[in-house]
Design a protein around this ligand. Structure first.
Ligand code: NAD
Ligand code: AHE
Ligand code: ZN
Ligand code: ZN
Length: 369
């Protein structure tokens, strides 16, 4: 069949909206009509050419919501008409990782996924007979996409896909990092570095965890109004201070954060996020994705004296078994999505979404097919 898609032909160039070919789902695969997709900073990161797994030409996009159109042989858990969110962290339920009970990082298809391929090592997208690569196993910047069955969360059909698509990455990542990874407790002091869709969702998660104080840090003060509306208690722009930001936070919080979250992808900020934590018990969770070749560092004394460094992917959420509950919590009014959607646009305008993100003028743009 034909599908309209935004193609990343090469790194650093705008996406091209074109009609391309899409082969049907093979065994264990599902054809999904994407109804809406968010644009996450990770899409911009890969498009920039700095992602060591970035491969071109590719169809980016990993924050989508859609409807099952057709299933391949052997598919039993979804059927045409089901509403689904594609998962860049799938859940097979059978691999060592799924069975461990210790992680959401299912590895069943990770190696082919990282090479832009379906599990049988081929692509379903092509143009003029030449393959176009998949991305993060989801490729939601195409009106139709093919994904493995294990990479679909079946959700409540009452949920508006043009909103809950954002649960496919940023919002779930932020809330999950607080509740699943850090396990923030009531009364805790939380510090959030970076107030994009991810950081603002950490704020939301901290409110859900009944944190006592939520300090937010961003170099773009335009982000502070929404952060405060969502529950931030203190807003800090590092540019307003001469001291290193970790010292500013230690002074402000009587010795440091109980929990901090890095939601930018900047290794110097990751260090600050660790070092602003309270001696003896403070825990810092890295969510931001730093470009290939970057490394984190701190004095080991920071860890010897009780601080803990962690990381979180997709908020530690197991997509098939736990994401449907996030959708239901949105429907129940317990998770806010609307304030995150700052722009909506047609696929033809998708490059504007990247421009707005880079200009600091959006939280999430949602592309409506
Ligand atoms: P975004 O671009 O919407 O927001 C980033 C924010 O960081 C902006 O508000 C920006 O002003 C701020 N910022 C930039 N430099 C800063 C600095 N030096 N100090 C303080 N603030 C600074 O991005 P997003 O979509 O929210 O994603 C955030 C990061 O999380 C990215 O690195 C993305 O790749 C990553 N991410 C990781 C996961 C995961 O599962 N681990 C999931 C989604 C996104
Ligand atoms: N290819 C990248 C990996 C970037 C990365 O860490 N991705 C996160 C999700 S970001 C969503 O916006 C993730 O899930 N990581 C776990 C995994 O298996 O990739 C790079 O930098 O190499
Ligand atoms: Zn993302
Ligand atoms: Zn698995």
């Amino acid at each position: 069949m034909k599908t309209r898609a935004a193609i990343a032909w090469e790194a650093g160039k705008p996406l091209a909206i074109e009609e391309i070919d899409l082969a049907g789902p093979k065994a264990g695969e599902v054809l999904v009509r994407i109804v809406a997709t968010g644009v996450c900073h990770t899409d911009a990161y890969t498009l920039s050419g700095k992602d060591p797994e970035g491969i071109f030409p590719a169809i980016l996009g990993h924050e989508g919501g859609g409807v099952v159109e057709e299933v391949g042989a052997g598919v039993t858990t979804v059927q045409p008409g089901d509403h689904v969110i594609p998962l860049y962290v799938p859940e097979c339920g059978e691999c060592k990782f799924c069975k461990s009970g210790k992680t959401n990082l299912c590895q069943a298809v990770r190696s082919t996924q990282g090479k832009g391929l379906m599990p049988d090592s081929s692509t379903r997208f092509s143009k003029d007979g030449n393959s176009i690569y998949h991305y993060m196993g989801t490729s939601t910047f195409s009106e139709y996409t093919v994904v493995p069955e294990i990479a679909l969360a079946k959700i409540n059909p009452a949920a508006p896909l043009e909103k809950v698509c954002l649960l496919g990455c940023g919002i779930t990542t932020g809330i999950g990092a607080v509740l699943n990874t850090a396990k923030v407790e009531a009364g805790a002091t939380v510090v959030v570095f970076g107030l994009g869709g991810v950081g603002l969702s950490v704020v939301q998660g901290a409110v859900m965890a009944q944190a006592g104080r939520i300090v937010v840090v961003d170099i773009n003060p335009d982000k502070f109004e929404l952060a405060t509306q969502l529950g931030a208690t203190d807003c800090i722009n590092p540019k307003d201070y001469d001291d290193p930001i970790q010292q500013v936070i230690i002074d402000l919080t009587d010795g440091g954060a109980d929990y901090s979250f890095e939601c930018v992808g900047n290794v110097e900020l990751m260090r600050a996020a660790l070092e602003c934590c309270h001696k003896g018990w403070g825990e810092s969770t890295i969510i931001g994705v730093a470009e290939g070749g970057k490394e984190i560092s701190t004095r080991p004394f920071q860890l010897v004296t009780g601080r803990v460094w962690r990381g979180s992917a997709f908020g530690g959420v197991k997509g098939r078994s736990q994401l449907p509950d996030f959708v239901d919590r949105f429907l129940a009014g317990d998770i806010q999505i609307d304030p995150m959607i700052t722009q909506t646009m047609a696929l033809d305008e998708i490059n504007t979404a990247f421009d707005l993100m880079h200009a600091g003028q959006s939280i999430r743009s949602v592309v409506l097919y």
